[in-house]
Design a protein around this ligand. Sequence first.
Ligand code: ADP
Ligand code: MG
Length: 453
Amino acid sequence: MASLVPSLGQLVSDATCLFKKLFNDEAPKIAACAPGRVNLIGDHTDYNQGYVLPMALSLVTVVVGSASSGQEAIIVTASELADEPKKVDLSLPNEGFPSFPGLPHWANYLRGIMHHYRALPLPGFRAVVVSSVPLGSGLSSSASLEVAFYTFLQQLRPAPVPAAAKHPHNMMLPPPRFTFDDGDKVAKAIACQQAEHTHAGVPCGIMDQLVSVLGMEGHALLIDCRSLESIPVPLSDPGLVFLITNSNVKHSLASSEYALRRGQCEKAASILGKPSLRDATVNDLEGVLQPIQANFGQKMDYFLNKSPDNRRPHIDSKHFWSTIKSRAQLDDVTYRRASHVIGEICRTLKAAESFKNGSFQEFGKIMVESHNSLRDLYEVSCKDLDDLVCAAMEVEGVFGSRMTGGGFGGCTITLLKADAIHRTIQNIQERYSGTPTFYIATPSEGARVLNLS
Ligand code: ADP
Ligand code: MG
């Protein structure tokens, strides 16, 4: 059976009860929520400025609270899995007194949001966080926490909208301090991503925050992580289901390997002479090899005096030596990392097109290609995820399955016929050695303000 997801109403009610219990029976005055997400295809492409195809989920983080007269920012999480203490008093950020990361770790996401919030200064407040997004499972509880908290802060201090305060979509610039919130949703996602970089120490791409802000009911979003534009892709066929299978394992390698992969991609782009791997093609990648092979043969023939017509072959020696140099730098691992990213960007576009055309077989085939590439070229899968994909693919009515998210544990996503759901879950339960959890992925709305009355 797929897990029952607590309704939004239930989460708000739980958060409200906890708030009253903690704060003298006062009722919270404002509330906001933001969803977790699952990525259908396009993994490890966002930080290479490529394409991704995520959907926002009905799993959400809810923040309820009220402004208070003092300078305290007291926040409590109900999450069992967050590190202790669950209640923190964070100092309000001020010009010249930026907030720094510290302990507990979970509060760094909030410190980061307060630091990058675009309409400082903030009043004091009290808040309670409740979430149905499983923590650390690759469904982006972190982005849902960041975006829900940001949306909460926006209600705490509704801001005027001067035209001049628009944030440039440039991650290299420092966050604007003491400006006004113009309501720009993309700028909000960027501020949340920055919070994760600077305060949680995770150099994530923009996908999680963007889909948590912009998610649309009944749709996935094809996001161009360079222009930050997104195109809604309808997922409304009642005969189809996307099934999330949580392996319930997370290997400790995940964060160090993630940073390593980012570095390898940057190295590959620089060797290929491209600003990012988004700009590189398969020909660019293979082209690094081919001239070397061709030139090398030619050069050898020349040295060995084997030119067929006894004429000196034309060799552009500058190009020859520079490609030899590039190839020497593009070691096998870097080559394979680049090969995954370049292939995955193309697969994501092809998959979105297939879904729009109703070619679900094709979409499923591309999902499996993506999994194999993540497993063999990018090396971010693990036995648990491979076993889950194999078990799903054995079932009639399954179109495709793949690991999703950063890897080294977390979840798989499977596209199947709605009438194949029970036998798919059953087969996975029988074949998988761990204890999986299942969710039906319901494409849902992005962050929103909730009415408490
Ligand atoms: P994912 O985003 O895939 O769930 P991450 O490792 O990126 O996994 O983020 C998980 C971390 O985010 C948790 O360990 C915790 O620090 C923080 N977090 C997420 N949701 C909550 C929450 N509701 N309460 C407290 N901390 C949370
Ligand atoms: Mg995360």
